[in-house]
Ligand binder design. Structure first.
Ligand SMILES: *Cc1c(COP(=O)(O)O)cnc(C)c1O
Length: 377
């Protein structure tokens, strides 16, 4: 029986060769590949600076830390991976949740406006599935209210908004290279910015808070601790993998788009399915492909798909529903998040899927729907 993964990485011989080369070079960390990966990444997304770190979560943590906010609120979406919100808490700030739009699952700019208080300092928006948010609207709100912007683009590598690449639009943008993401370094992440001050501070924050250019202790060996930083460094062999992966980004994303188009074509007239709305001013990076079920039970549909060798997923359990967030008083219910969470299913989406795999997913979805409808009668 087929067993089609929901997401998985693509590692080719050139990836392996490059990693091996760096392993044999003996320079495993803080070497030349880090800077090379950063430079190529910055060029790819059209930003001035890129800082490699060892996860997307580390990228978010430092993006918040570099803002230097001592106290206050950050507005974000609860329809994301826990890391987005954990990064706010790591920095002793309060997350404020705003409802999503029912058609794109992205944060609603009108909701952002309403949620602003005199404690609001920043907004973290997430390009859900790889479809950019309404960035012009969000930027306008940020400008009018003097707020900083972080874009969690863990899904959005290769995406574009009105012809501009994601990675060059917010004050800081973060990416993830976890194995299911559009490119991988095993674990890994990147922060991009056009702000030189943020860039210099991020280099220090990534390396314990140590500033090696500070010679106040006298000798050439001198350095100084300037911030309470972390060790969030990415290894050289991972950066080597990042470079070979980055070279294949267009190829990877093109295949993802082909798969998305097949799904859309197959399901667009199915009365039991609602597809996410595609905005016409964006380029989607298709990190994941989701459908909403109109009348059928999601959990039953999920299990029946699994029985056919298709691995669905749910992105996401709303953050505010988790025990820890409840414990710290952040539980709430937002209408669209609640509804979408009950109805959503993520179908398999990755570069390795063959046309037969895609056809099998489509056939299985249609069969499960027909069977469930018959049973309901
Ligand atoms: C994957 C992901 C992250 C975290 O990335 P890691 O590299 O796994 O730490 C953050 N935000 C979103 C939306 C993600 O999908």
């Amino acid at each position: 029986m087929s067993n089609i993964a929901n997401g998985k990485p693509t590692i080719k011989q050139d990836d392996i060769d490059e990693v091996q080369k760096i392993l044999k070079s003996g320079w495993l960390t803080t070497g030349p590949m880090v800077q090379k990966f950063e430079e190529e990444f910055a060029r790819k997304v059209g930003s001035k600076y890129a800082i490699a770190v060892n996860s997307g979560t580390a990228a978010l943590d430092l993006a918040v830390a570099v803002l230097g906010i001592d106290e206050g609120e950050i507005i974000t979406t609860p329809f994301t991976f826990v890391a987005t919100v954990n990064a706010i808490l790591y920095n002793n700030l309060k997350p404020i949740f705003v409802d999503i739009k029912k058609d794109t699952f992205n944060i609603n700019p009108r909701g952002i406006r309403k949620a602003i208080t005199d404690k609001t300092k920043a907004i973290i928006y997430v390009d859900y599935a790889g479809q950019p948010c309404e960035i012009d609207e969000i930027k306008k709100i940020a400008k009018e209210n003097n707020l900083l912007l972080i874009e969690d683009a863990a899904h959005g590598l290769g995406a574009e908004y009105k012809g501009n690449k994601i990675g060059s639009l917010a004050d800081l943008t973060t990416f993830s290279f976890h194995p299911v993401k559009n490119i991988t370094t095993g674990e890994g992440g990147m922060i991009t910015t056009n702000n030189e001050e943020y860039y210099q501070k991020l280099l220090i924050l990534r390396n314990h808070g140590l500033d090696k250019t500070d010679k106040s202790f006298g000798g050439a060996w001198s350095m100084n601790l300037k911030e309470l930083g972390r060790n969030y460094r990415l290894t050289d062999f991972q950066c080597a993998l990042g470079i070979t992966q980055l070279n294949k980004l267009e190829m990877f994303n093109q295949r993802r788009e082909e798969i998305a188009k097949k799904y859309i074509e197959a399901f667009k007239d199915n009365e039991e399915i609602t597809l996410p709305k595609l905005k016409d001013n964006v380029k989607h990076s298709w990190h994941i492909f989701t459908i909403l079920l109109n009348t059928l039970d999601r959990n039953e549909f999920f299990t029946k798909l699994q029985e056919k060798g298709v691995n669905p997923n749910v992105h996401y359990i709303p953050i505010y529903k988790f025990d820890y967030y409840k414990k710290i008083g952040l539980h709430q219910e937002l209408d669209n998040v609640e509804e979408v969470f009950l109805r959503i299913v993520t179908l398999p989406m990755h570069y390795e899927m063959s046309n037969e795999d895609v056809d099998h997913v489509i056939k299985s979805v249609k069969e499960v729907i027909i069977n469930m409808k018959v049973e309901k009668k």
